[in-house]
Design a protein around this ligand. Sequence first.
Ligand code: F6P
Length: 496
Amino acid sequence: MADWSRIETLPSERLDALFAADADRLKRLSLDVAGIHFDWSKTHLTADALAAFEALAKEADLAGRREAMFAGEHVNVTEDRPVEHTAERGEGKADSVARAASYHARMRAVIDAIEADAFGPVRHVLHVGIGGSALGPHLLVDALGRDSDRYDVAIVSNVDGMALDDVFDRFDPAATLLVVASKTFTTTETMMNADSVISWMTGAGVDDPYGRVIALTASPDKAIEWGVDETRVLPFSEGVGGRYSLWSSIGFPAAIKLGWEQFEELLDGAAEMDRHFRLSALHENAPALAAFADLYYTQVRHCETRATFAYDERLRLLPSYLQQLEMESNGKGVTVGGQPVGRPTAPITWGGVGTDAQHAVFQLLHQGTHIVPVEFVAVTEAGDTLPAEHHRQLLLNAFAQGAALMKGKQADDPARSYPGDRPSSTLLLDRLDARTLGALIAFYEHRVFVAGVLLGINSFDQFGVELGKEMAKAAAKGGGDFDPSTTDLIARAGLA
Ligand code: F6P
């Protein structure tokens, strides 16, 4: 049984005092892994806090749970499944790794066939999917695909028809490949969007529109039933959770946009982080240290949110990707044993892009009444073609914000004073390439896992999303047992 009292009773000194008291602070709380420099020295973690978290991790059997995950045990207890996303990058149980490799080979063969014009002319790739079947691939394509002229890829998730309308305006139906991404192949939004793309193609006179569909799914039978030829179904394992699935065939839009070599680089970068997570002692283990900092702020300082600011335009989708990864994984109220957790679980994850966010939300970070642990993510090597001064300004702004949050400033006028002592961490990537992004995303996955284990929760189910889906489905069928307010809203919108 994990004893949290050792964490809750940790003394809380100011950050500047912590720096003054420990000449080794920066060294102790920073790491370089897989092309990423991690710096937690501006958090309130101390040597004592680390020792307390390591003891807690021992009690929670973090090492055992980690091995159980890599060994393919059914750590997703509520769904009685293994957790197999690391096998997608070659790390895990041998049969899971072999299966993932054969699925990857199949994906590669289909991409080769598309490139060889076996599907007729393809200039546009229209990927429909939602949640984990969209956020990961979208992040990859947006971050890494900017300089690629290999296919015009659009990723549509929303059931709001405006999302598809925008794509229909610019894509040629006769040169479009429809990619339907859904683990279950039952998700309402995705299936409705897929049907509408087929209608758009049919309306434009495309012969055999189903012949221009690729399905990415863990439910191949359902895809075939919907109309996709078996040879165009790219499967992945049930054990790969939706929000952990970009490494599987769900990463298809990235693989086709970037080319297969780049996709493999992504997997290799993630595998490097897997090995680091699996083999490193906790005091030098990036996902563990990040999770310890996160837990310190939720459990000791009662912070309800945590914010990530990407100081790189290419990573502008990172905050929304992290929202699903972190909140769908650890936004839980009961333990693996079904008991109330009895303490805060995942903080609300939010964020934005620097420097824009500085001129919008940073006021609250510097002077507001909420303490928000901030994470800065920046890249040393510039991605733009403008004079170097742009990137210099960008990075210096990120670093200065972290310094200002910590230092604060006293002035005679309270309105012009800054309390300081506000925590931040910094992740500085050498460059933004497929390999480093793979490592970064795997780092976030393992960080979520560590927090889940210490909290005693299952990070791999998501039953919390079901009730709303059920009620929307009932309403769509004209039924449902709704309260007066909801009944009135349905009637007012003319939907009764
Ligand atoms: O509603 C949540 C969810 O189940 C996510 O976990 C998942 O990523 C998303 O829906 C999409 O599901 P699917 O890939 O089965 O369409």
